[in-house]
Every structure is written in structure tokens, then in C-alpha cells.
Design a protein around this ligand. Structure first.
Ligand code: SF4
Length: 331
């Protein structure tokens, strides 16, 4: 980890930033418990994927381009500024992307720069700023004390650009301040917030703390309910199910043929345990293997239940698709 990232992490832990506001308040974005673990320096169980890290890097690299595009489109003037801390609430902090220089009696404004892929961009064009960004910018206005701001979005592939003006919303700011204060008290008291109620919540499936938070007994078994197979006669579904059926049949046939060819090869290899077949670019080995070691989980459960419970881990719930013949009984 580079020094810059360490410093960035250390700074993040000094208080609540704009991008944390949705985790403190939001019903749909982020999770107070995950934010608490982050703020208290708990090491994640999972690291972000390279793809996720590239998205962070892309956002960071394109921020100056987005700000420059904003200046070009609006003619307003902007400048960089250092992180700000709320005077009355020192746990509230903000890294303003740019300060928009004052143009009238409303004073300076807050410019928040984002990048978004085509579908997210189109969604914002149609529906405006998403809830978590609204909370983020109101948090920023609370810390700076400013009255207004602009939210600029750059779509990096087609280079589309748009911006929204937003205004200070005193009622929402009061809620943000209260909730963030309550959350920060919990961080200081070491009181960990509750888990999200639904263990299969989409946020949990991607959370970097999911193993420790949702392990073994914390992951309830998914209840099996009796399925009702509702007839569907749409042509698209008919074609897809037909394709899968044909592919399954071909796979079964190929598996049976492969088994026959393997048996013939084993006979031809005789006592030899390894051969090379240069014409096919393959090596083949046929050797005796030790039997794999397996735990007798049922015996462990019966004889050492506490030990079994301590080390038992349930995998995360996931959806599985199976296809049966109409008259076949489900496994
Ligand atoms: S696993 Fe779920 S409940 Fe636990 S911290 Fe992550 S998002 Fe929150």
C-alpha cells in the first residue's frame, strides 16, 4: 500500500466524510456496521477486486477532467481546496472536489465531480441525482456552511457530460447531522451497529466484512418452500429452455463417449503410468492415488458438538438453477 493510501485511510478514520453519509443514513446504500468496522480500523476479510480498484482509480484520474469540463460548459471559475472539518461537529469532514468561486450573493459553491458508466449516466439523466449522492452533497454543505453546489458527471466512454445545481436543504441537513452524531458516538463507545436484517441483502454479498459478519451460524439456512411451477409459453423462454435441453443431451452423450475412450486408453497404456503424445501436444498419466482424507462431520457433531459448532462454516446463500423433466421428482 502506498503512503498516500495509508494517509487517506488514516484521514478517513478521523471522522465521517461525505461518501459515508449514505451508509449512516441510507436504507438502501452502504451499511452502518460495515462503516463502523472501517472507522475502527478492522481489517476486511476480503479485498476489493482489481476491477473495483480500477473504478476508484478511474474516478480519481478523471476528476480534474470532469472539473475542467464543468468550467468549459458553465464558464464558472473553480479552485482546489484542502479537506474541511465542521466547526461545531468535528466528526464531520469533507473533501470538496472543487470550490466554485462566488458569482452572486449566494457565495461560493461546492462542486462534486463523478464519473459514471453509460447506464448509470442515462439513469441520472432520467431521474436526477441518486439518494446517496444527495446525502453526500448535503453533508458537504453542512460542513462548509455554503448555500449551493453543482454535481457534475462525466461518462468516460462517449464523453457525455451533465451537471445539476443543488441547494442547501436545512431539514435534510438536520437529519444528517443528528444521525451522524449518533453514529459517531457509537464509534467512540465501541458499540457496533446491528447487522442488516436480511442476510441475503445485496450489500452483504459484496461487503468486504461478510465472512466475519455473516459466518456460520449467523447465516441462517434458506427455508425450503414448496415451489409452484407456473406454465410459461413465451417464445424466448421456450427457445432458451430448448437450447439448454439440447446442450445437456450433448454433454451427457459426450461424457459417455469420453468415458469409453478413457477406458480404451487405460487398456492400451497397460503397465505404463505416464506417456507423452507429441502429435496431440498432450501428456497422459495413469497412476495410483492415495484416497482423499475426509472428516466424518456427523460423528464430530455427535461426539464433540462444541468443537464442531466452533469450526463449522456455512457458505453464503446463492441462487441455483436446475432443470427437471416434467414427471421427474425434485432432488
Ligand atoms: S456483511 Fe452485511 S451486515 Fe455485515 S457489515 Fe457487511 S453489509 Fe453490514
Amino acid at each position: 500500500m502506498s503512503q498516500t493510501q495509508e494517509e487517506w485511510l488514516a484521514e478517513r478514520r478521523l471522522g465521517i466524510g461525505g461518501s459515508d453519509a449514505a451508509s449512516v443514513l441510507g436504507e438502501k446504500y452502504g451499511c452502518p456496521r460495515a462503516l463502523f468496522l472501517d472507522k475502527t480500523g478492522v481489517e476486511p476479510d476480503y479485498f476489493h477486486t482489481e476491477g473495483e480498484l480500477n473504478l476508484f482509480r478511474r474516478g480519481h484520474a478523471l476528476e480534474p477532467i470532469c472539473a475542467a469540463r464543468f468550467v468549459e460548459e458553465t464558464g464558472m471559475r473553480v479552485r482546489r481546496m484542502a479537506a474541511r472539518v465542521s466547526q461545531n461537529r468535528p466528526w464531520m469532514r469533507v473533501n470538496v472536489d472543487r470550490c466554485i468561486l462566488s458569482v452572486d450573493e449566494d457565495g461560493p459553491g461546492y462542486l462534486e465531480c463523478k464519473t459514471a458508466n453509460e447506464s448509470v449516466f442515462a439513469d441520472m439523466q432520467a431521474h436526477g441525482m441518486p439518494e446517496h449522492y444527495i446525502l453526500q452533497v448535503q453533508h458537504g454543505l453542512s460542513v462548509t456552511g455554503w448555500k449551493w453546489g453543482e454535481f457534475a458527471i462525466l461518462e468516460p466512454y462517449t464523453f457525455q457530460f451533465m451537471h445539476f445545481r443543488f441547494k442547501r436543504d436545512e431539514a435534510l441537513i438536520a437529519v444528517v447531522q443528528d444521525k451522524e452524531e449518533a453514529f459517531w458516538r457509537m464509534v467512540q463507545a465501541g458499540e457496533i451497529p446491528a447487522k442488516l436484517p436480511d442476510f441475503a441483502d445485496d450489500r452483504c454479498t459484496k461487503c468486504v466484512y461478510r465472512r466475519g459478519c455473516r459466518n456460520a451460524e449467523a447465516l441462517p439456512k434458506v427455508k425450503r418452500t414448496k415451489k409452484v411451477y407456473v406454465p410459461d409459453t413465451t417464445p424466448e423462454i421456450d427457445i432458451l429452455v430448448g437450447n439448454i435441453k439440447q446442450l445437456d443431451a450433448r454433454l451427457e452423450e459426450a461424457a459417455a463417449l469420453k468415458e469409453i475412450e478413457r477406458t480404451k486408453l487405460q487398456i492400451l497404456m497397460g503397465d505404463r503410468d505416464a506417456i507423452a503424445v507429441p502429435s496431440q501436444g498432450k501428456k497422459v498419466s495413469y497412476t495410483l492415488q492415495s484416497g482423499s482424507l475426509r472428516w466424518d462431520a456427523q460423528a464430530l457433531d455427535a461426539e464433540k458438538p462444541e468443537l464442531a459448532a466452533k469450526y463449522k462454516r456455512r457458505g453464503e446463500a446463492h441462487k441455483v438453477m436446475r432443470m427437471y423433466d416434467m414427471n421427474e421428482v425434485e432432488a
